[in-house]
Design a protein around this ligand. Structure first.
Ligand SMILES: *[C@@H]1O[C@H](CO)[C@@H](O)[C@H](O)[C@H]1NC(C)=O
Ligand SMILES: *[C@@H]1O[C@H](CO)[C@@H](O)[C@H](O)[C@H]1NC(C)=O
Ligand SMILES: *[C@@H]1O[C@H](CO)[C@@H](O)[C@H](O)[C@H]1NC(C)=O
Ligand SMILES: *[C@@H]1O[C@H](CO)[C@@H](O)[C@H](O)[C@H]1NC(C)=O
Ligand SMILES: *[C@@H]1O[C@H](CO)[C@@H](O)[C@H](O)[C@H]1NC(C)=O
Ligand SMILES: *[C@@H]1O[C@H](CO)[C@@H](O)[C@H](O)[C@H]1NC(C)=O
Ligand SMILES: *[C@@H]1O[C@H](CO)[C@@H](O)[C@H](O)[C@H]1NC(C)=O
Ligand SMILES: *[C@@H]1O[C@H](CO)[C@@H](O)[C@H](O)[C@H]1NC(C)=O
Ligand SMILES: *[C@@H]1O[C@H](CO)[C@@H](O)[C@H](O)[C@H]1NC(C)=O
Ligand SMILES: *[C@@H]1O[C@H](CO)[C@@H](O)[C@H](O)[C@H]1NC(C)=O
Ligand SMILES: *[C@@H]1O[C@H](CO)[C@@H](O)[C@H](O)[C@H]1NC(C)=O
Ligand SMILES: *[C@@H]1O[C@H](CO)[C@@H](O)[C@H](O)[C@H]1NC(C)=O
Length: 745
């Protein structure tokens, strides 16, 4: 439903409203609002009962107007924000605004939802090195906010798992006892059914990617056969079902984080989000801030809106923002045309009985008067006869199984999916319901040319199974959202990339009634999938370094990331050209190196306050995030670039001069170590660092340096990139430098 935003500033009152008004709410304006408030004396009560009665005092008494629904308290938040969710009409809101202690209110947002060779691909091997040293995440609790979980899946077996740590206070809301020492908690929230059961599969997939147990003989229709395992197989899992199979409700998300904080999770994994939200009206950013203050690490999906600039979500600096890239495995399916041309594509469904005979090939998209025909929309297929044919269709999302169902329903024999121009060479191996191959955009064009060149185009598909060892990997996925950050463009986003294309993980549904196609694992793609990989890595690091703050863990992951692929070339993007830093962030996660970063860039929760003031947020907006009264005029605010972040994002405006930032690094390597700086200057910018050598004599010692960026030319490109590295005998601590030559914000 199209939504437009109305910004009302009620003159003379101390509050600001940001209502989303829809056609539906014009007729019936009761809807769920997130209301932020504060205690008159600035003191927060600690007794939950007092808190709830305080919140209830904001709700206007039952309305006399019988056409209106009575206001209702939906969630009373205890940890995540000072405030509550309530069903209110605009009239109720107006009354509420007059009350002392009211700060702001906004309608809840709806967030979009965005598997296991990938673990070995990240360099984790059983009984060896870091994976073994971290005890596979033993003792750490990962909270997954998603569509629920399928508790009986073997990925959540608790065989050999110790009980949860004593700090655990969570509960299990399954009707029958489904939780165990692996799945230690499960909660559900409004609109999501009557239990934490995963009706979709998404939550089961993300939870098992972060922390699934070893399951031998996992495969999808016999492909990618092997032992499936999550990144932190000995970590405990708690699921918070805040989403149905399509979307996540803002009030639920806040409540889920509220509960997760109280329950005692160590890591939160959030594979959904929305874009273009300032931090004070972004439920995930708000929730993550409170979580971070309590030492909880938050990993969030960057979004699937790539390759367009300014498309990242979950881009608050206190969140690890995770983009997606490929692994070195392909499940090959080759399109063979009547003229003998061959194009390698992918599919997870590899029927052995598909005949190699050529079948008629058709492209519905050649009907120029039907726009949707290029996507093989069911409506378009109704208008044509595709019976017994191989149908060429263009892709428009990370999931094409439904397109295949439409082609099959229309009588098609097989399907070739070609990519959109934007996603270029990023292809998916999915659990299709008919013979399919997904080919690149360039190959799709060649197939179109062939179709145009003859009156009787024909083709077939040859299935070639699982092939490991593609040394181009990792490649940034076309869909992976790109920086700069819209909300805070001088913080580089995404932070990191990790495996997110064609990942096999737990999934409980049989895709069809055909028993041959049963699969308790499924292969999906998205930043939804890369995010839980990083949640798992954070759990491993937390297990080895329980004293590291969320910022320290993030720093360790970022400064040790890989910038080259298996072939030792620069990591490429979907066009197979070197990826830019707004696609990769710091690079591809390297968990073993992250375990021993040498230096870390730490950030205290209170350091974010001067940063938020520096974003020119009002006192009220900062108060909403910080949950305590903040007066920006009383503190020294800082520029975004001055936050002690492990990367640099420099904006060069037409009139900008020299920019100077400082950073402080903490020694977590050998006590006596000496680092010298190595600078790879971005085009158009001179970079100087003072001092050029850092000499440490103690562990945990902090030293600072200053970096001066001097623009000397505006290149013809819109951006450029470089790096700043601190190099010692045993460590390289790398920070990417992103430069954007523009006047944005
Ligand atoms: C408004 O919507 C709610 C539920 O969506 C319904 O219960 C209520 O009767 C509606 N009120 C009016 C006036 O339509
Ligand atoms: C794996 O970890 C265990 C327990 O921490 C240790 O005893 C063992 O030596 C380690 N094995 C290897 C190969 O490092
Ligand atoms: C729980 O399960 C039992 C037995 O299957 C059933 O009778 C009961 O209605 C269920 N309760 C809920 C709340 O779903
Ligand atoms: C998967 O691999 C296991 C062990 O290598 C083997 O026993 C099993 O038959 C394989 N399954 C399939 C479907 O190929
Ligand atoms: C092309 O699309 C139009 C509009 O949907 C439809 O009416 C027409 O039958 C189609 N033509 C062919 C040849 O399929
Ligand atoms: C569709 O095409 C097939 C094969 O070309 C043919 O056998 C069938 O009769 C056609 N169906 C209709 C409704 O035209
Ligand atoms: C194929 O022909 C159609 C018109 O029949 C044209 O619009 C399209 O651009 C052609 N495609 C290629 C790849 O040549
Ligand atoms: C599977 O079988 C059940 C029962 O026979 C039926 O109700 C359902 O529609 C079938 N589903 C599909 C996808 O064919
Ligand atoms: C597929 O699932 C059905 C129902 O759960 C089961 O009866 C059947 O044995 C399974 N088939 C295979 C090949 O695992
Ligand atoms: C990769 O994508 C680019 C851009 O679409 C294209 O030019 C190139 O041919 C593709 N490479 C391969 C191997 O498909
Ligand atoms: C905040 O406002 C100051 C003064 O108007 C301006 O110089 C600065 O660029 C603004 N900062 C941001 C992040 O918009
Ligand atoms: C570090 O160096 C100092 C002075 O050179 C020495 O006194 C100290 O023992 C060394 N510390 C370690 C842990 O090697």
């Amino acid at each position: 439903m199209p939504q437009y935003r109305l910004i009302l500033t009620i003159i003379g009152l101390i509050c600001v409203l940001f209502p989303f008004t829809t056609n539906a709410t014009k007729q019936n304006n009761s809807q769920i609002y997130i209301v932020h408030c504060e205690f008159p004396d600035g003191e927060r009560t600690t007794r939950n009962q007092d808190l709830e009665s305080y919140y209830l005092s904001f709700l206007p008494a039952t309305t006399s107007d019988s056409s209106r629904e009575a206001p209702r308290l939906i969630y009373s938040y205890r940890n995540v924000i000072t405030g509550f969710a309530a069903k209110l009409s605009l009239e109720d809101l107006k009354e509420m605004e007059k009350m002392e202690g009211f700060v702001s209110a906004r309608p809840e947002g709806i967030l979009d939802l965005y598997t296991t060779h990938s673990v070995n691909f990240m360099g984790l091997n059983q009984n060896m090195g870091f994976w073994n040293d971290s005890n596979y995440g033993k003792g750490v609790i990962i909270g997954v906010i998603d569509t629920g979980i399928f508790p009986d899946h073997p990925s959540f077996s608790d065989d050999g798992m110790p009980p949860p740590p004593t700090k655990w206070k969570g509960i299990c809301q399954f009707n029958t006892t489904k939780c165990n020492n692996k799945l230690i908690g499960a909660r559900y929230f409004r609109y999501t059914g009557n239990d934490p059961w995963d009706e979709d599969g998404h939550g089961t997939h993300t939870a098992s990617t972060a922390a699934g147990r070893f399951v031998a003989g996992a495969n999808i229709f016999g492909n990618a056969n092997g032992t499936a395992v999550g990144v932190a197989p000995f970590a405990h899992v708690a699921i918070y079902k805040a989403c149905d199979d399509i979307s996540c409700y803002g009030s639920n998300v806040l409540s889920a984080i509220d509960m997760a904080i109280e329950d005692g999770v160590d890591v939160l994994s959030i594979s959904f989000g929305n874009r273009f939200r300032e931090f004070y009206e972004d439920d995930i950013a708000l929730g993550a801030f409170s979580a971070m203050e309590r030492g909880i690490f938050v990993s969030g999906a960057a979004g699937n809106s790539g390759p367009f600039s300014f498309s990242t979500s979950n881009d608050a600096p206190w969140i690890l923002t995770v983009g997606a890239s490929t692994i070195d495995r392909k499940i090959k399916a080759t399109a063979v045309l009547g003229n003998n041309q061959e194009f390698d594509g992918e599919s997870a469904f590899q029927p052995s009985d598909f005949p190699p005979t050529l079948l008629p090939l058709t492209y519905p998209g050649n009907n120029a008067s039907d726009y949707y025909a290029i996507y093989c929309d069911p409506r378009s297929l109704n208008n044509m006869n595709v019976t017994g044919k191989i149908v060429l269709c263009k892709s428009r999302s990370t999931e094409q199984v439904d397109t295949g169902k439409a082609v099959k329903a229309a009588g098609g024999a097989a399907m070739i999916i070609m990519n959109s121009e934007y996603w270029a060479n990023t292809t998916f191996a999915e659990a299709h319901v008919l013979p399919v191959t997904h080919v690149t955009y360039a190959d799709g064009l060649k197939i179109q040319e062939y179709i145009n060149s003859t009156t009787t185009p024909t083709a077939t598909i040859v299935f070639k199974g699982t092939i490991i060892g593609n040394d181009r990997a990792p490649v940034v996925a076309g869909f992976s959202s790109r920086g700069p950050s819209y909300v805070s463009p001088r913080i580089l986003k995404p932070d990191i990339i990790g495996p997110g294309v064609n990942i096999l993980a737990a999934w409980h549904i049989s895709l069809e009634n055909d028993t041959r196609t049963n699969s308790t694992f499924n292969m999906i793609s998205g930043t939804s999938v890369s995010c839980p990989h990083l949640s798992g890595v954070a759990a491993l690091l937390k297990s080895v370094h329980p004293d590291w703050s969320p910022a320290a863990i993030k720093s360790a992951i970022m400064t040790t990331a890989d910038v080259i692929n298996l072939k030792s070339n620069l990591i490429e993007d979907e066009t197979y050209l070197p990826a830019d830093v707004f696609a990769t962030g710091a690079g591809h996660v390297n968990p073993s190196k992250a375990n021993d970063p040498g230096l870390i860039y730490d950030i205290e929760p209170s350091d974010y306050i001067p940063y938020l003031c520096g974003l020119n947020y009002t006192n009220r907006q900062v108060t909403v995030i910080a949950q305590r009264k903040v007066n920006c005029s009383e503190i020294t605010s800082i520029l975004e670039g001055q936050l002690n972040y492990p990367s640099f994002a420099i904006q060069v405006k037409s009139n900008s001069g020299v920019q100077v930032y400082s950073r402080t690094v903490t020694n977590v390597g050998q006590a006596n170590s000496t680092y010298r700086v190595d600078i790879d200057s971005p085009r158009g910018l001179d970079v100087k660092v003072e001092p050029t050598t850092l000499v440490f004599s103690e562990v945990k010692q902090k030293l600072s340096y200053q970096v001066t960026f001097t623009p000397f030319a505006t290149p013809s490109t819109i951006s450029s990139q470089g790096s700043l590295r601190w190099i010692s005998e045993n460590h390289i601590v790398r920070s990417p430098i992103a430069v954007r030559f523009s006047d944005f914000r």
